[in-house]
Unconditional design. Structure first.
Length: 312
């Protein structure tokens, strides 16, 4: 490509120069005019060749840069996809561990009771097997909810009472909190809790926030989790605060808290809060983090009330 102008120059220049010299030596007026026109034409031709070559060079370099940028983006997307897949697998394993462990425990108990005479059994085998079945159904429900969350694009919204949803999540996470010796306090003070949301996705937000809070309080003497709501009547929104008494975070950590794959955990993937914020924003809400005045952290988000959603 770089040799194109010089090839043109090598081809045109000798012919043009020889013709120009021959015409000049004739000392004829018409020949001199032709020589002048030939010189101008040769200059315009070579200038056009050099300009075209430069434009071609610029286009090729731009194309190369575009392809390199696209390749780098593709590599980042592939890496991010693998990391996100690993994070979801970690989350799925964490969520399934409890019901599957409980189910295995019930089945082992039932097996031991089979060796005990029926009249001496402290509990019925049928009742224990029913509990094992309930835990298996719970595990199936977790897989179904995560599948729905992953497969959905736009949220599938419906009118729900947020306080009922919070109570449901609290019951779902009760065993995890009990195992971690965490006490839960609900301060559901919002006058209006009717929202228009995808309940599966909003549940995922609460699961992420509660799970993070439990882990943050592992080394704390006081382990108290508080979920509170309040009405923001002026802009028809409801505010939700999830506060813990854990280690909290520094200002530097807080600034990067919602960035994908940013985590301070040794085995963390750093996608939970990023996903949660994306879900809230998909519901026309906002999410942020603050330090808990009593020690720990407060993760807060707001959602439009149902009447505000209809007006929008």
């Amino acid at each position: 490509m770089a040799s194109i102008p010089f090839a043109a120059l090598a081809f045109v220049a000798p012919v043009a120069l020889a013709s120009f010299v021959t015409l000049i030596r004739s000392h004829d007026g018409h020949h001199l005019l032709i020589a002048a026109v030939l010189a101008v034409y040769t200059w315009v031709l070579l200038r056009g060749v050099f300009a075209s070559a430069e434009q071609l060079r610029a286009r090729v370099l731009t194309q190369i840069a575009t392809e390199q940028t696209a390749s780098m983006r593709m590599q980042k997307l592939q890496a991010s996809g693998l990391n996100a897949l690993g994070g979801m697998a970690t989350n799925l394993a964490h969520e399934l561990n409890q019901p599957l462990t409980a189910s295995a425990g019930y089945l082992l108990t039932a097996r031991r009771l089979l060796k005990v005479p029926q009249e001496l059994r402290p509990a019925s085998i049928e009742g224990i097997l029913d509990k094992a079945a309930e835990q298996n159904m719970r595990a199936a429900g977790i897989v179904r909810q995560l599948r729905e969350f992953i497969m959905r694009g736009e949220p599938e919204k419906a009118f729900v009472n947020l306080h009922d949803l919070i109570r449901e999540i609290s019951q779902t996470m009760a065993a995890s909190m009990s195992e971690a010796d965490v006490s839960l306090g609900l301060q559901l003070g919002a006058n209006v809790d009717r929202v228009f949301v995808d309940s599966v996705q909003i549940k995922q937000v609460f699961v992420n926030l509660i799970s993070n809070a439990i882990e943050a309080m592992n080394a704390s003497a006081e382990r108290k989790l508080t979920i509170s709501t309040s009405s923001l009547i002026e802009d028809l929104r409801i505010r939700i605060d999830v506060a813990d008494t854990g280690v909290g975070f520094s200002e530097v950590v807080r600034e990067k808290l919602f960035e994908p794959f940013a985590t301070s955990k040794a085995d963390g993937m750093g996608i939970g809060l990023s996903i949660s914020r994306s879900i809230v924003e998909a519901h026309y809400g906002t999410m942020w983090a603050e330090s808990n005045p009593g020690g720990g952290a407060v993760l807060s988000f707001v959602l439009p009330m149902a009447n505000a959603e209809r007006e929008a």
